[in-house]
Ligand binder design. Structure first.
Ligand code: FAD
Length: 510
């Protein structure tokens, strides 16, 4: 059932009861809702927005950036049914098995669960996101060239892989009719959750309070609760609930909101001039489409062994063709020097007819860092619903800087070593600053991270908040580390896994 609380208004103070209450109707929340309702578990899903974007709802997301330059918070996500899948680009890839492991050179790395816990859900997650047959076997990603004629670059220390592309699906729209038909699901839209109410013992959630704009306030009581409001709102909701636990829910160790991670996208303008030995680069130059396999995007990424040897964060490189090489030469006088020192380009039998140049896009992993964080606005600023707004302090560390530099140096060494041409690496050896154009990827991760206990995380390996028996968190806020893959495929895989767990709990409680 889909219920619009703005038109189908509840009575002031009305109480709804259900087995599971899901807070947030985005990718994570709707996945759990469908799974539970189909298994006969009664679920109420509370979505603050409506069926379309509205300025008033987006305003609730407004916050302040205090750290690195970042997107405006109310524009970096969407607050209506389907959440940010209403605007996402659709790039999908699983995390690598090594992403879950503790890597001694990355402080705070290591999940309490391994790939064996998440891997079994990736294929189904891929089906839900309509990415075509899921082929990215976790330990053996499909190399570029395997299904197309010709071979990709065979670079020492690197592998070429495809990320898969969702059409992209807008989950609120895609699943709307189905949600209407699901008897066990009551999906309430225009239902803004304003408070998470703990029992006085603080050991369990009692209810959530909801507010309809210009309308009544009502409550939902449930046996289990799932918070699925996205990587910035999940900590904000926990930190705002301070009536029973004065520091906020799950925040006994001051971890809620900390370890905010993005995927820094740093296009370093490294320029690669292919030599005569270069195989066909068609594979790398644009998205691939195939009826059978869907859309795919080719990436070059380091092998796990090279990351371990170099003690780096994970990163991926995507190739862009530089169109106007003549103009480039004027802009970068060094280019001419590199160009002329490339012996292949001087050999008329080997040199390509027209000069070509490429640059590399560079999405990368960010190390978990307790000082990179979401917090409540200390000035006391509140949103229209009365909740304290958030501040984001996005911080990067020297490990990201070293990874960025080595990523391009390693690639340059490999390209030259295999006679694929010469690479001009922009000299950003100044380790004090990142390139000005450093951006994020709209991926909000790590702010209620998984840990082995409450000293290392906010939730346990199942996604349950330490110390609160019936409160679970879904979404990328639970990621302990982020890898360099886009997060949504893993968000859905984890949501499917959590739904399984909730089903088993509900069977016990019926
Ligand atoms: C421009 C853009 C491009 C992106 N491209 C990609 C990509 O290519 N690949 C990829 O993997 N990811 C991408 N992402 C990220 C991706 O969209 C998110 O990872 C994903 O949507 C997060 O899902 P979620 O369910 O955890 O959170 P959200 O999608 O944020 O959903 C949270 C839901 O909770 C609701 N909510 C919030 N507060 C309340 C409240 N108080 N009460 C009730 N409901 C509430 C919101 O309205 C929303 O519907 C992109 C994001 C953006 C913005």
């Amino acid at each position: 059932m889909l219920i619009d609380m703005a038109s189908d208004s509840p009575r002031e103070g009305q109480i709804f009861r259900t087995q599971v209450c899901v807070i947030g109707g985005g990718a994570a929340g709707l996945t759990i809702t469908r799974e539970l309702a189909k298994a006969g578990v009664s679920v109420i899903t509370l979505e603050g927005g409506g069926l379309k974007e509205s300025k008033r709802s987006q305003e609730i997301y407004r916050g302040e950036n205090l750290g690195r330059k970042y997107f405006r918070l109310h524009r970096s996500r969407r607050r209506y049914l389907g959440g940010s899948t209403n605007c996402w680009a659709g790039l999908c890839a699983p995390l690598r098995p090594s992403d879950f492991e503790r890597r001694p050179w990355i402080p705070h790395s290591g999940w309490p669960i391994g790939i064996d816990e998440v891997g079994p859900y990736y294929e189904r997650a891929g089906e839900l996101l309509k990415i075509g047959p899921f082929h990215s076997q976790l330990d053996q990603p499909l190399p570029v060239g395997q299904w197309m004629k010709g071979s990709g670059l065979k670079l020492e220390g690197f592998e070429s892989v495809f990320f898969q592309m969702s059409p992209p699906v807008r989950l609120g729209k895609l699943w709307r009719e189905e949600l209407k038909a699901l008897k066990e699901a009551r999906v309430m839209i225009n239902a803004n959750v304003t408070h998470l109410q703990l029992e006085s013992s603080a050991e369990a959630m009692a209810s959530v309070t909801c507010k309809v704009f210009d309308g009544p306030q009502f409550k939902v009581e449930a046996q289990q609760f799932v918070l699925a409001c996205g990587g910035i709102e999940n900590p904000r909701m926990l930190l705002n609930a301070r009536d029973v636990m004065t520091q906020g829910i799950g925040n006994q160790r001051d971890l809620v909101g900390r370890y905010f991670m993005e995927h820094p996208h740093i296009d370093r303008e490294s320029l690669w001039l292919p030599g005569g030995a270069t195989p066909s680069l068609n594979h790398y130059r644009r998205q691939k489409r195939s009826k059978k396999r869907g859309r795919m995007w080719p990436y070059i990424r380091p092998s796990v062994e090279s990351l371990q040897r170099e003690e780096l964060l994970d990163f991926s490189l995507v190739l862009f063709r530089r169109k106007n090489i003549e103009r480039e030469e004027k802009k970068h006088p060094l280019l001419r020097v590199v160009w002329e020192s490339s012996e292949h380009l001087h050999d008329p039998t080997k040199a390509p007819k027209t000069p070509r140049a490429y640059t590399f896009g560079n999405p990368m992993e960010q190390a978990p860092n307790p000082d990179s964080r979401v917090a409540l606005n200390e000035s006391g600023e509140r949103d229209e619903l009365g909740l304290l707004t958030s501040t984001l302090t996005w911080r990067l560390s020297s490990l990201e800087k070293r990874t960025l530099r080595r990523a391009h140096e390693m690639l340059a060494e490999s390209l030259a070593g295999q006679d694929y041409g010469r690479m001009r690496v922009t000299p950003t050896h100044n380790l004090d600053t990142f390139p000005r154009q450093t951006k994020g990827g709209y991926h909000h991760m790590g702010t209620t991270r998984m840990g082995i206990d409450e000293r290392t995380g906010v939730v346990d390996g199942e996604g349950k908040v330490f110390g609160v028996n019936n409160l679970f968190i879904a979404g990328s806020s639970v990621f302990a580390t982020s890898g360099s893959a886009n997060p949504t495929l893993t968000i859905i895989a984890l949501a499917l896994r959590l739904a399984e767990h909730l089903k088993s709990l509900s069977r016990g409680q019926k």
